[in-house]
Design a protein around this ligand. Structure first.
Ligand code: UDP
Length: 314
């Protein structure tokens, strides 16, 4: 009998790559998405498979799935700063009410549940690089608070279900990740810069570009999630690529890769934009034997090839 896994946010960037991976591993995959930020085009290649089914549903409302479930991956959530500015209440609800509903489902089905948490739980960090024992520096009422606090609540309720109900749970803290199927208009640095290069627009760096991020290629992230799900480790695990770069240097790399003639223009830094971010991945290395394999050079090239072949640029 095939293992059955529910993946929420299945039509999104990470969710769709997870659907592909678990299909490849021989699982029966049930994808769920309300399609407010996800797109069916990310999973349309799966619709012909018997191994895959899709529920168009908002997990902030009661979730019903028939039959047995072995695993639940909760990846539904707006995940880019401009999305959670546009849809703040949904962002709060999917991380809180949605997680509660899915924990209830996991309990009823005796399934193991893995939640997608985030480096945003560290806020604008005072500890660098960030390890899992750091409690973070989050502004609860700032523009990012709706996402950060929903994810912090999500970790808290997941841990409570683990300790109080002995539910099998796993928590991954995801750092900036990129790759094919990101939304070009999601406002994040990489799709923004590549979209601007392809349209012949100037590259918009926010602030003076000295803030840092560390970008992980999606296939590496998916491997980390796969290993964590099948491990017996309950505390949070950072998954990300520690190769840190300033946003200005990142923009310059994308300008060089795309061959655009455009220049960098500077816009104001958004409120509460973290000044630095780099994962300490010692725990993932020790417990999961995991480290990222794809270099930024290689990953950026694959991602640019994807964007430049989208219908709007053909
Ligand atoms: N950023 C930028 N120009 C853009 C979009 C983003 O300079 O057009 C900056 C943003 O202010 C942040 C960094 O790039 O410092 C990464 O932003 P992103 O939205 O990709 O992710 P975050 O890590 O902030 O959630």
């Amino acid at each position: 009998m095939k293992k059955r896994i529910l993946i929420t946010g299945a039509a999104g960037f990470l969710g769709s790559h997870l659907c592909d991976r678990f299909i490849k591993e021989g699982y029966h995959v049930i994808g769920m998405d309300n399609l407010i930020t996800g797109s069916l085009s990310n999973i349309e290649h799966l619709f012909k498979l018997e191994q895959f089914e899709f529920y168009h549903h908002d997990v902030s409302k009661f979730v019903f799935v028939s039959g047995k479930l072995d695993y639940i991956l909760h990846f539904a959530s707006p995940a880019s700063p401009i999305d959670y500015l546009k849809i703040p209440i949904q962002t709060l609800k999917v991380g809180s009410l949605g997680t509660h509903n899915l924990l209830g489902l996991a309990r009823a089905k005796k399934a193991r549940m893995l939640i997608a948490s985030t480096s945003e739980v560290y806020g604008d960090p005072n500890v660098h690089p960030q390890n899992e024992d750091y409690w973070g520096n989050v502004n609860p009422i700032g523009p990012r608070g709706v996402y950060d606090e929903a994810k912090r609540f999500q970790e808290a309720i997941t841990m409570a279900y683990h300790t109080y109900h002995q539910l099998e749970t796993r928590i991954i803290r995801i750092f900036n990740t990129y790759g094919p199927r990101m939304r070009l208009d999601d406002g994040r640095a990489l799709p923004a810069f590549m979209g601007q290069a392809l349209r012949g627009q100037d590259i918009t760096v926010f602030g003076d570009g000295s803030q840092t991020r560390s970008f992980c290629y999606v296939d590496d992230l998916v491997e980390g999630i796969y290993r964590l799900l099948l491990s017996d480790y309950v505390n949070p695990v950072n998954i990300g690529n520690p190769d840190e770069i300033t946003i200005k240097e990142f923009a310059e790399e994308i300008i060089a890769l795309t061959g655009t003639n455009q220049k960098i223009i500077y816009h104001p830094l958004p409120t509460d934009d973290p000044k630095q971010r780099r994962p300490d991945i010692t725990r993932a290395q020790q417990i999961l034997g995991w480290s990222p394999k794809v270099s930024r050079k290689e990953g950026l090239k694959t991602t640019f090839d994807y964007f430049k072949n989208l219908p709007e640029f053909k």
